[in-house]
Design a protein around this ligand. Structure first.
Ligand code: BG6
Length: 491
């Protein structure tokens, strides 16, 4: 998974006027450019519905670069050189004539001289446009190289479907036009340095790797807390809810990397094969068990980081009687030799007390707990916490004799912090993933069977699958609904 220079290519971004393009994609491309990792033969073409000139688009993305890039604008010549590689085309995504124009643009001899006919499509549009765009690309032969030996690849942003049926349909449409090797399904969690480190930490360190099973681990928690609310995405969230938005994608990716067997080689197919096996091993629940293994919540008004905020039902474009969950905790079990009997808790929520993503492994006690007999009730289990973000790092909690003439055990911590060990801003997930898609490394992207397996498991939990009780209320700025502690302690 080492950094490599990228080939020359045309990068075509559908959905160029959206937030993702402005806040993430263009700033990430610019940072790659500033680090000298982009081929000078790259051309970036933004495609969206609104009419605007190349220049107007360049100005729009300049603001995004100034506000969101890691490198900032310090060298005007290099900044202008980057902007001069950016173009814009107004197209209605369902209008075939737009794809004729696109084809002529990509295939002009001037362009081919620069990009050698390589093309990377990026679908950053609302999901309802995925299938129409894929069909149009196929109908205009934009799924095959424009030159002999040239490549065409397509990157798709989540959500890949909204349940098992639609995920299968999206895969069918995609694979009717592109080969699986051309498809890069992006889940930005896989681009995070700390998520990639899960495998390195497990597989490069025998001290920790040998503890990684039901012999020593009693439970695992994967917890993604966010303090943000809807930020103008209420309409989208009403359709999605936290289970679709976070658990099916990001938390399942983290679960797979945490629970998977060591791959036979450190390469895309072997790693993805092992991740899929985790999803295939998840214990299926009966209808009654489903209800017992999920807890849903919805935030009401409260205070977040000192500021009063409205409840979910008062957010813009949210129904005043909405039943959509903004918090969920799910208990799953990976039924294989390594993990049988160990509950994995997947927890995600909006408008909680803070932003924090962590994986915690709780270790078993010794079979004979000698210190219990010495009234050391405060003794807490050993835990290992991988902090994905923020304050990225790893900490190990253990018990220690409090210096005193009586016997008492205090919890203590050994802590590793990325910030203290490495200087500079961390590379953004999109930089890593965009570069990987350009060089053709699909290790950090979701494969078709992986997506279908995760939807297959999640779909029965969704409210459209069975009548779920009303989500439990929780105060914005809290740590979730009151019932959470009981849910986590149930076994
Ligand atoms: C996105 C979700 O995929 O991930 C958002 O749609 C969420 O709702 C975001 O806020 C969280 O990403 P990160 O990198 O801030 O943890």
């Amino acid at each position: 998974m080492e950094a490599k220079g990228t080939p020359p290519l045309s990068l075509v971004i559908f959905g160029a006027s959206g937030d993702l393009t402005r806040r993430k994609l263009i700033p990430a491309l610019y940072d790659l450019w500033m680090d000298g990792l982009l081929n000078p033969g790259i051309e970036i073409l933004g495609v969206a519905r609104r009419l605007k000139s190349h220049q107007a688009f360049r100005e729009e993305v300049s603001e995004g670069i100034r506000a969101h890039s890691r490198s900032g604008v310090r060298d005007d010549d290099r900044f202008q050189a980057f902007l001069s590689q950016i173009f814009y085309q107004a197209t209605d995504f369902e209008d075939p004539s737009g794809y004729d124009t696109l084809r002529s643009f990509l295939a002009s001899s001037e362009r081919i001289g620069k990009t050698r006919g390589n093309v990377l499509f990026y679908l950053a549009t609302p999901p309802s446009y995925f299938i129409p765009i894929i069909r149009q690309l196929g109908a205009h032969d934009l799924n095959v190289g424009l030159e002999p030996g040239a490549f065409v690849r397509i990157v798709i942003e989540k959500p890949f479907g909204r349940d098992l049926k639609s995920a299968i349909e999206l895969n069918r449409e995609l694979l009717g036009v592109f080969r699986e090797e051309q498809v890069y399904r992006i889940d930005h969690y896989l681009g995070k340095e700390t998520v990639q480190n899960i495998l390195v930490f497990r597989l490069a360190n025998p001290v920790f790797g040998s503890l990684w099973s039901n012999v020593h681990v009693s439970r695992v928690e994967i917890k993604v807390m966010e303090s943000l609310g809807m930020e103008g995405r209420g309409g989208y969230f009403e359709e999605a809810g936290i289970i679709r938005d976070m658990i099916q994608s990001h938390l399942f990716q983290v679960l797979s990397l945490t629970a998977m067997e060591p791959p036979v080689a450190f390469e895309a197919k072997a790693i993805r094969d092992e991740k899929v096996k985790v999803l295939r091993s998840l214990k299926p629940y009966s209808r009654e068990e489903l209800a017992l293994n999920i807890l849903r919540g919805q935030y009401g008004p409260g205070m977040v980081e000192g500021t009063p905020v409205v409840g979910y039902r008062e957010e813009d474009k949210v129904a005043p009687d909405s039943q959509v969950e903004t918090f969920a905790a799910m208990r799953v079990e990976v039924q294989n030799w390594r993990w049988a009997g160990v509950p994995f808790y997947l927890i995600a929520g909006k408008r909680l007390s803070r932003k924090s993503t962590e994986i915690t492994l709780f270790f078993k006690e010794f079979p004979f707990a000698i210190f219990r007999l010495s009234q050391c009730e405060d003794h807490v289990p050993n835990t290992l916490t991988i902090r994905i973000q923020p304050n990225e790092g790893i900490s190990l909690r253990f018990g220690l004799k409090r210096p005193s003439s009586v016997l008492n055990i205090d919890p203590a911590e050994m802590d590793f912090s990325y910030q203290k060990s490495y200087q500079g801003n961390p590379v953004d997930a999109y930089e890593r993933l965009l570069r990987d898609a350009m060089v053709g490394d699909s290790t950090l992207f979701a494969r078709d069977d992986e997506v279908e397996k995760s939807w297959g498991y999640i779909t029965p939990f969704l409210s459209d699958s069975f009548p779920v009780p009303e989500p439990l209320p929780y105060k914005a700025g809290s740590d979730g609904p009151e019932g959470l502690t009981d849910f986590l302690n149930y076994s």
